[in-house]
Design a protein around this ligand. Structure first.
Ligand code: CDP
Length: 216
């Protein structure tokens, strides 16, 4: 299977670029952040404390998750919109730091990929942990101001300072956790999205892919 791994912090523009690259190449696309968000959603829905490692671990094995371009369902319930809410965004960090959750979701990501010819997978640990043999690894970044501005535009009910603080806090948690932190791995290519258009970025990734991804 051909894998393009795209990792990077919140609001870096990963999803937009990843989806467009997948469409151009005819590859499948997987948003692994949506999978972690879906688990956080399930925990809240069951009345669990997202920080309670054992309780969250106990529900993960038979949790039915469906994450695709069409949306997200959790045990058959549509959660496409809810998983983006500030409540779930706050709950996702402790859920993503839970080793049992990470092991199970990583297993599901790999299993998903075995049924594909080519895929674009985005997240935090895709090039480092989930698919260390990916043919192309991208580390997608943007300045913290640009990232906060993008998120602020998506979330009309929060003010800019609140959004910027929440992003900075989640980045810090993602970078400093002991299990599969966000890192820039050796061999990854940095893609700064601060002041380039989506079309330019997609063209740049397609160029990198034609250099890196051809079968040798
Ligand atoms: O879209 P946004 O950048 O806000 O975040 P996301 O990609 O939806 O991911 C939400 C959270 O899930 C991240 O802050 C990470 O804590 C976690 N995550 C992870 O730990 N590993 C991944 N491969 C993807 C997401």
């Amino acid at each position: 299977v051909y894998v393009i791994a795209m990792d990077g912090p919140a609001g870096s523009g990963k999803s937009t670029v990843a989806r467009a690259v997948a469409a151009r190449l005819g590859f499948d696309y997987l948003d692994t952040g949506a999978m972690y968000r879906a688990v956080a959603f399930a925990a809240i829905r069951r009345g669990l404390d997202p920080e309670d490692r054992d309780a969250v671990a106990a529900m993960i094995d038979d949790l039915e998750l469906d994450v695709s371009l069409a949306g997200v369902t959790v045990d058959g319930v549509d959660a496409t919109v809810e998983i983006r809410s500030p409540e779930i965004t706050r709950a996702v960090s402790p859920v993503a730091a839970n080793p049992v959750v990470r092991t199970e979701l990583t297993r599901r990501m790999r299993e998903w990929a075995t049924r594909r010819e080519g895929c674009v997978v985005e997240g935090r640990d895709i090039g480092s942990v989930v698919f260390p043999d990916a043919q192309l690894k991208l580390y997608v970044t943007a300045s913290v101001e640009v990232r906060a501005r993008r998120r602020h535009q998506e979330l009309s009910d929060m003010d800019y300072d609140e959004v910027a603080a929440a992003i900075a806090e989640r980045d810090e948690r993602d970078r400093s956790r002991s299990n599969a932190p966000l890192v820039e791995v050796d061999g990854s290519v940095q893609l700064d999205t601060s002041d380039r258009s989506v079309d330019e970025l997609v063209d740049a990734v397609i160029d990198l892919w034609s250099e890196a991804g051809e079968p040798s």
